[in-house]
Design a protein around this ligand. Structure first.
Ligand code: ADP
Ligand code: MG
Length: 361
């Protein structure tokens, strides 16, 4: 089991395009770490730096404490499964697998062929394989090579959703059979939930957070993490101090008002947050934490209802402001119905509007 460490690793492309800001990260030996980030956030850049297909501007890469960043790719003990893996097109699956057979071995290990159900595919050529079958062959190559560190670059992205779920299961089974260290990058939170004990969130070349999937969702460290990983509702706005017009001696209340003006929430007294030092705020709440109910008077109208798990995910809107909420009490009302909602104070998450940082850390 090999540990992979990077220190201050960075990459900027010509024209100042950010690939990766200086980043520190350790993937422990045998760990399965998932990095989640939208398109263009630097996921492939990081993996290409690790494997040696890209030269860093600064920083170090270490495997088990030994620097490897000056070594050529094939000597690093790291294998990359690219987004669209390629096999030698003129060779059969069997011949492709044999190219990585360590000498002096002569036959492909039966256990690996069985595990990945490759028996029937051995005589086929790459163009006769589906996307999922190609991925299985590529994973078999890693197992046969006995590489100790695997980098997987969105291996599910080329697969249709049905095969994606199936392949995810297969990957789980496979990982049970190997002690390889794995760094897996994806834009799909479902992959992060399913595969990573620890999950990092990457945005514009910055590693925002590294934590368990549960922690990321229950206490996101930035508003970016909240939206990327947790699917939070987020509202930008500011704080107003409300003084009772009838009796100015009554203690004033703090109210969060969203930029659009349509979300107004009394700031809980016990929140312990010093809001007045922050001019701009972002309020976050998860769809499952929003309480809902029908209302004749509400200015918020139901605009869509999609099945989600055992219930529904509803979107209500007032003008251009939208709020997503879960609905578990039977079928949702028809689109166009006015709906009332409540944001329970203890379920609110507050972020600095400028830096995006969580305020109650
Ligand atoms: P991801 O894999 O998360 O989609 P990438 O690492 O591919 O992101 O890209 C990160 C940023 O670097 C993007 O803005 C992308 O346009 C840019 N980029 C990636 N590769 C190159 C390259 N070879 N030359 C210039 N810019 C690049
Ligand atoms: Mg990529």
């Amino acid at each position: 089991m090999s540990a992979l460490t990077i220190r201050g690793l960075s990459k900027f492309y010509p024209g100042g395009v950010v690939g990766l800001h200086p980043t520190d990260l350790t993937v422990e030996g045998g760990e399965r770490l998932v990095l989640l980030g939208p398109s263009g956030s630097g996921k492939s850049t990081l993996l290409r730096l690790l494997i040696g297909l890209e030269t860093p501007d600064a920083g170090e890469i270490l495997v088990d404490g030994v620097r490897i960043d000056k070594l050529p790719p094939h000597q690093r003990g790291i294998a990359l499964v690219p987004q669209r893996p390629a096999l030698f097109p003129q060779m059969t699956v069997q011949q492709n697998l044999e190219t990585v057979l360590p000498r002096p071995e002569r036959t492909l290990p039966a256990a690996i062929l069985e595990l990945l159900r490759l028996g029937e595919l051995l005589r086929r050529f790459p163009h006769q394989l589906s996307g999922g079958e190609t991925q299985r062959v590529v994973l078999a190559k890693l197992l046969i090579r006995k590489v100790s560190i695997w980098l997987l670059d969105e291996p599910f992205s080329g697969l249709d959703p049905v095969f994606r779920a199936k392949f995810r299961q297969e990957l789980h089974l496979l990982l049970g059979q190997t002690s390889a260290t794995m760094l897996f990058v994806t834009h799909d939170p479902a992959d992060a939930w399913s595969l990573g004990r620890r999950v990092g969130v990457l945005g514009e070349g910055v590693l925002h957070s590294l934590s368990t999937a549960d922690e990321l969702r229950s206490r996101p460290t930035t508003s970016f993490v909240a939206s990327t990983f947790g699917g939070f509702n987020l509202f930008d706005g500011g704080i107003e101090r409300l003084v009772s017009p009838s009796d100015p001696s009554v203690e004033s209340k703090l109210v969060f008002v969203s930029e659009c003006g349509s979300v107004r929430i009394a700031v809980p007294d016990h929140s312990g947050l010093r809001f007045e030092s922050t001019h701009r705020l972002t309020l976050g709440i998860r769809p499952e934490d929003v309480r809902s109910g029908p209302a004749e008077q509400s200015a918020w109208l139901l605009v869509s209802a999609e099945p989600a798990g055992s219930g529904w995910l509803l979107t209500v809107a007032q003008g251009r402001t939208r709020l997503r909420m879960e609905w578990r009490s039977g079928s949702p009302p028809p689109v166009g119905t006015p709906l009332e909602w409540i944001l329970p104070p203890e379920r609110l998450h507050w972020f600095d509007g400028r830096t995006g940082r969580r305020l109650d850390v």
